[in-house]
Design a protein around this ligand. Structure first.
Ligand SMILES: NC(=O)c1ccc[n+]([C@@H]2O[C@H](COP(=O)([O-])OP(=O)(O)OC[C@H]3O[C@@H](n4cnc5c(N)ncnc54)[C@H](O)[C@@H]3O)[C@@H](O)[C@H]2O)c1
Length: 269
């Protein structure tokens, strides 16, 4: 019987691959046979990640690339194609946000968030599509969005949430644009995920972090924040042949957060 989850002979590009969710994706997809190409703007992080993956017996290579810079993304994909060959799968994952109320957000701050968390996804998707189209083979893109892309957080997460909303619509548009080219495009909407980036985010929020954590948990019916491995499992499904008929889908991995009305009640009443 064919193993529809097997990723042997597949090359996966993971942006922000040295980070929390990115690294969990590298570990899981690599353990199913994929060759890992991770890109990040943190060279030390790349070195540590590649070493760990190789120690697990996973084929891994890293490229220093700021996803918000067009010239760097173009150069990185050109190197990937010449050194590793046209990739099969792209995981658009590198993103960052700020905590500034909309009325106080400068144009520079707005542009900074949009360039990394939205434009960067477009630049990588475009280079990936060009590479697989030139190689005349199918491809898969998984965009890491957020529940913040379709429900509002407040607390100065404005620019980040708008960028994530853009990622969700980008996913649907690209799924339609590239369906006949054999490129599937889907997205995942995580709730809070226990990563270095998230821990820093909670600590930098205006509300005390313990109070904020309790508030976040009241919105998650399954009663815990996600672990990076929860998100990686969804990425694996969407990237594999198990999802061969799935495109244009936005998959929440959020413990029921988006399904739960703020006025709803959990358990007995
Ligand atoms: N952790 C959460 O609670 C959560 C929730 C919803 C969505 N997400 C999304 O998941 C993704 C990963 O988040 P995480 O929590 O693992 O983040 P993280 O901060 O732990 O890791 C992010 C990685 O991306 C890299 N990076 C950031 N900007 C970059 C850039 N411009 N170019 C190249 N590399 C860059 C960082 O160096 C780091 O290695 C992001 O898209 C984030 O918005 C996270």
């Amino acid at each position: 019987m064919k193993n529809i989850y097997n990723l042997d002979n597949k090359t996966v590009v993971v942006t922000g691959g040295a980070g929390g969710i990115g690294m969990a994706v590298c570990r899981l997809l690599g353990s199913f046979g994929a060759k890992i190409v991770l890109t990040d703007f943190n060279q030390d992080g790349i070195n540590t990640a590649v070493k760990e993956l190789e120690g697990m017996g996973i084929s891994a290579v890293g490229f220093l690339c700021d996803t918000s810079q067009e010239s760097q993304v173009l150069a990185t994909f050109s190197q990937i194609v010449s050194q590793v060959g046209a990739p099969d799968i792209l995981i658009n994952n590198a993103a960052s946000g700020i905590h500034v109320p909309p009325q106080d957000t400068s144009l520079e701050e707005w542009n900074g968030v949009i360039e990394t968390s939205l434009t960067g996804y477009f630049l990588n998707a475009r280079s990936f599509a060009r590479a697989v189209m030139a190689a005349n083979k199918p491809g898969v893109i998984v965009n890491i969005a957020s529940i913040a892309g379709s429900s509002a957080i407040g607390r100065g997460n404005f620019a980040y949430s708008v960028a994530k909303g853009g990622v969700i619509q980008m996913t649907k548009e690209l799924a339609i644009e590239w369906a006949t080219a054999g490129i599937r495009v889907n997205a995942i909407q995580p709730c809070s995920v226990n990563t270095p980036g998230w821990r820093k985010w909670v600590e930098s929020e205006p509300e005390a972090s313990a109070k904020l954590l309790a508030k976040l948990l009241t919105g998650i019916p399954l009663g815990r924040v996600a672990e990076p491995e929860d998100i990686a499992a969804g990425v694996h499904f969407l990237a594999s042949d198990a999802a061969a008929m799935v495109t244009g889908v936005i998959l929440p991995i959020d413990g029921g957060n988006l399904a739960f009305n703020a006025g709803g009640t959990l358990g007995s009443y």
